[in-house]
Design a protein around this ligand. Sequence first.
Ligand code: ATP
Length: 216
Amino acid sequence: MQATQRAIGILGGTFDPIHHGHLRLGLELYDALRLKLVLFTPTGHPIYRKQPVATPEQRLKMVQCAIAKESAFMVDDCEIKRQGPSYTVDTLSELRQKYPHSPFCLLMGIDAFLGLSSWHKWQEILQHAHIIIAHRPHYSLPHSGVIADLVKTHLQENSNYVHENLSGGILLKPLTPLEISATDIRKQIAMGRNPRYLLPDSVYEYIQNEQIYRIR
Ligand code: ATP
């Protein structure tokens, strides 16, 4: 199948809760690559990490609140709806049915990329999408091993590559460093501290109304 439309960014995460680090990642890569849009795909049932604190429905709702006013962003609930573990390779196949002619760019921080070789069918991911790696402080790419080899084989310098090909390229992009993590936000709320300005006000209001992350 030929690429006849601009590439779509796909930003997966547990979003427990979504915060400004995630939103800047989506927006800066949207601008840098001139993407058609960025789809946020909240994980339904993660298997490679601790289970989220908020329910899948609450995490979906928080993403909806966070992106409501940003026309570049959309949310897709395919992972939340799917039964069983959330594998990115399944998400990409499902999204391909909806968007047959758009290249996909899987957007991720370098911390997430470094764990790629533990993902289900990880060698197949580049058959479905490009991978865009955003730099984050304190992380760097390895010089040897499977991840280093993957980068060497697929690295592309020119952003046009992601619009001209449906999948298969790896691009490295700079990102404004924001030391925000969902883990830290959850801790702050549990300790009764105010996490405002780390995440959108609309998301914090939802968290307060639903009483998520509070120690009972
Ligand atoms: P947790 O603290 O619960 O592990 P998190 O804040 O790291 O969560 P995730 O949902 O695990 O968020 O991350 C989803 C994606 O967002 C990953 O690709 C990760 O690299 C990226 N990401 C998370 N936080 C930031 C940040 N502050 N800046 C840039 N990218 C981020």
